[in-house]
Design a protein around this ligand. Structure first.
Ligand code: SF4
Length: 336
């Protein structure tokens, strides 16, 4: 379901723009429509009022909690069931953040990611993306949403941008607290600046070498890392938010001194933050996590050389590692 479908249905029930806004605002803020000082539903057209129970039930069924896996760092992974029984993961992050999924599966096929192993199963509709925020808001306050869960947002661009528009307006989330995360795609650089809600941008870089990047991210668009950074820099200057570069640090793959030299050459002086995230080792894949001392040394050295660098543990690591694992485990159980 897309947000556009909800609007069409409201219109069919006789809703005017003000009614539509009330209903959508109540939904995206996880409030019952009749709540608040004005008993808003009393003012809705009769046909729409009669349709509200059915519509509310359908909206609730868009994203249901299948299981919750709290971590020690204040995060919690949620396995979310969609109306057709498919599942995706959302992560409640420390400091009122939420990470949402944009696709079931993913076509980019990053070799270090569990989500990419089965390819793309289906797109999420914009309403299903927002429904993950609504579900999270029934459990916690959410003031930041990052599109870094399962899927590549650039491959589902219309739905993701529609969700961003609603979250940044009726959803009350500050535009720089909506973070569009991508491996890099020309369409992203064309479309993002055109929206009335301009999100912050995270670019998954992982290496400065074009050939290694093609190996690690086999079906990402072939944009040279240097060009990606140039285009990112233009977006950062236009919006006033720094680009967040994501770098999954993998032992013996992209943690060498040659990479560090190239990062300094490309990123020093740029309006950017480098997020280094040591890879979470999983039994199914051959990659290894670098030791923490090496990761700390890399982050410190980049920082000293003019690249604002943050070393991060991926949230929820102690409850089972990277994105896609809860779903993979659940699917395996189903096959037993
Ligand atoms: Fe897709 Fe992201 Fe996994 Fe790559 S890391 S396969 S882009 S979900």
């Amino acid at each position: 379901m897309r947000i556009e479908d909800i609007r069409t249905r409201l219109l069919a029930g006789g809703a005017k723009a003000i009614h539509e806004q009330r209903v959508l605002r109540a939904w995206v803020n996880a409030q019952p429509i009749g709540s608040g000082p004005h008993k808003a539903e009393d003012f809705l057209p009769l046909a729409l009022r009669n349709d509200l129970p059915a519509l509310s039930a359908e909206l609730q069924a868009l994203a249901r909690l299948r299981s919750e896996h709290p971590g020690e760092d204040g995060s919690a992974r949620l396995l979310v069931e969609l109306a057709d029984g498919q599942t995706v993961e959302s992560v409640l992050l420390p400091r009122d953040g939420l990470c949402v999924s944009t696709q079931v599966g993913c076509a980019v096929g990053c070799v270090f990611c569990m989500t990419g192993r089965d390819g793309l199963l289906r797109q999420l509709g914009s309403a299903e993306i927002v429904a993950q925020v609504v579900l999270a808001r029934t459990r916690r306050f959410v003031k930041k949403v990052v599109f870094m869960g399962m899927g590549e947002p650039a491959h589902n661009l219309d739905n993701v941008l529609e969700a961003i528009d609603l979250l940044g307006t009726a959803g009350g989330i500050g535009h720089k607290n909506l973070v569009f995360s991508t491996v890099g795609d020309h369409r992203v650089f064309e479309r993002l600046p055109q929206g009335r809600v301009k999100p912050a941008l995270a670019l998954s870089l992982h290496t400065t070498k074009a050939d290694l990047r093609a190996e690690l991210l086999p079906r990402a668009p072939r944009i040279h890392p240097a060009e990606l950074i140039e285009r990112g820099e233009r977006y950062a200057r236009a919006t006033g938010y720094p680009i967040q570069y994501q770098w999954t640090l993998i032992d013996g793959v992209n943690d060498g001194d040659d990479e560090l030299e190239a990062i300094v050459r490309l990123l020093a002086g740029k309006y950017a933050i480098m997020n280094m995230i040591p890879y979470n080792t999983v039994p199914e894949l051959a990659f290894r996590r670098p030791d923490w001392a090496r990761a700390t040394q890399i982050a410190r050295s980049l920082h000293q050389r003019g690249v604002l660098t943050k070393l991060r543990n991926s949230a929820g690591q102690d409850v089972d590692g990277g994105c896609g694992q809860l779903r993979a485990r659940e699917m395996a159980k189903g096959r037993e």
